[in-house]
Design a protein around this ligand. Structure first.
Ligand SMILES: Nc1ncnc2c1ncn2[C@@H]1O[C@H](COP(=O)(O)OP(=O)(O)O)[C@@H](O)[C@H]1O
Ligand SMILES: [Mg+2]
Length: 345
């Protein structure tokens, strides 16, 4: 009655099963191959450490958008109506950077737009205090203060497993946020091999920490004020031949104690810790260490190794900052959209 071959039903069922199996198998395979740290659960599981906060990936557009949104809400006279959440297109509002000429960040945005370099995350809490990014540094500040409520930390060193994970940026932005809350903050660039804080704060890297530690330069000559109130910087100074020795010296220990007494917080920028011993040498002298990981990139092994090294030296690790998280991708998971929620309510 029917052709004996091909057996369509059997072939279809087989194809369906194979397709499903293959798809699920591939998904598992990719998951196994991807061994990067992504979420606070990963940090807890592979590093055994608490997460202090998450910093999204920076884009200038995102920063200025958040800024203009905040401004728009503040300028509104009537409370927002239900269903009034129209997009820019619907209201016909200009979709430019959204920063008008009278706003305090206008010169910065203009400068960034003029220069061909893309804007960077550096000092964003200073230039865009209303941005989401600034908000994420504020919640890291809160976590930092809460996590050390019983046993206050004053001198904090920031490091990471590998280079380029955002140590320098985290130190500078966290320092700005702490200074904004009225604390006196000192940033010390102890990354003597690749110093960069002086560039962020636009200071010449002539006299600095290394000069102080090797010569008899008075301390007031190396502590420099910045355009940000309450925030002071000790830049690294000329690159020495023996950074670890300098950081481990008795004079450095005295310097840390003295600076801790003079200011509310001292933040140290350090080199990466897996290949260079500087971070551990200094880490043993400060109140606590903060680790930075680069979301989706830092490997679980690197985080594990970093934790083991810190434990070996009995260094107090306060927690981890997950940097450069792709918010549109992991979005709702990490963020309650503050402005949006406010608008709707
Ligand atoms: N959240 C972020 N979004 C976008 N770029 C970032 C972010 N964090 C850091 N960067 C950029 O990554 C680069 C490395 O950061 P840096 O703080 O110098 O790393 P490290 O001090 O760990 O070597 C810098 O160019 C910095 O501007
Ligand atoms: Mg650095």
């Amino acid at each position: 009655m029917r052709p004996s071959s091909p057996n369509k039903r059997r072939n279809l069922v087989l194809a369906l099963l194979l397709g499903l199996g293959g798809g699920v198998g591939l998904a598992f395979l990719f998951d196994i191959l991807d061994n990067s740290v992504k979420t606070s659960e990963d940090v807890e599981r592979y590093g055994g450490l608490p997460t202090l906060g998450v910093v999204p990936k920076f884009s200038l557009e995102g920063a200025s958008k958040a800024y203009s949104y905040g401004r728009r809400l503040k300028g509104k006279k009537e409370p927002p109506q239900l269903g009034a959440g129209k997009t820019r297109k619907e209201t016909g509002e200009a979709a430019s950077s959204g920063v008008d000429a009278t706003s305090p960040v206008a010169p910065f945005v203009a400068e960034v737009e003029k220069s061909e370099r893309p804007g960077t995350i550096e000092l964003v809490p200073h230039f865009f205090p209303n941005s989401r990014l600034a908000e994420s540094y504020r919640s890291i500040r809160t976590a930092l203060l809460l996590s050390s409520a019983d046993n206050p930390v004053k001198t904090i060193a920031v490091t990471s497993a590998m280079p380029g994970e955002g140590k320098t940026v985290s130190v500078a932005n966290l320092a700005v946020t702490l200074a904004q809350s009225g604390k006196t903050v000192l940033v010390v660039d102890a990354d003597l091999r690749r110093p960069r804080q002086h560039r962020l704060f636009k200071i010449k890297n002539t006299f600095g920490l290394t000069t102080y530690l090797t010569d008899s330069v008075p301390i007031k000559d190396v502590v420099k004020s910045t355009e940000i109130p309450n925030l002071f910087v000790v830049n690294a100074g000329p690159v020495p031949p023996n950074p670890a020795e300098l950081l481990g010296s008795e004079k450095m220990a005295r310097f840390i104690r003295m600076m801790g007494e003079e200011s509310d917080f001292v933040l140290f920028d350090l080199p990466p810790m897996l290949e260079i011993s500087d971070a551990l040498v200094l880490g043993a002298k400060v109140d606590g260490i903060v680790l930075v990981v680069w979301g989706d990139k830092t490997s679980r092994e690197a985080l594990k190794k970093a934790r083991e090294k810190l434990d070996l030296l009995k260094v107090r690790t306060i927690g981890v900052i997950i940097n450069n998280v792709n918010v549109p991708r992991h979005g709702a998971y990490y963020y309650k959209d503050y402005y949006h929620g406010y608008h709707r309510s």
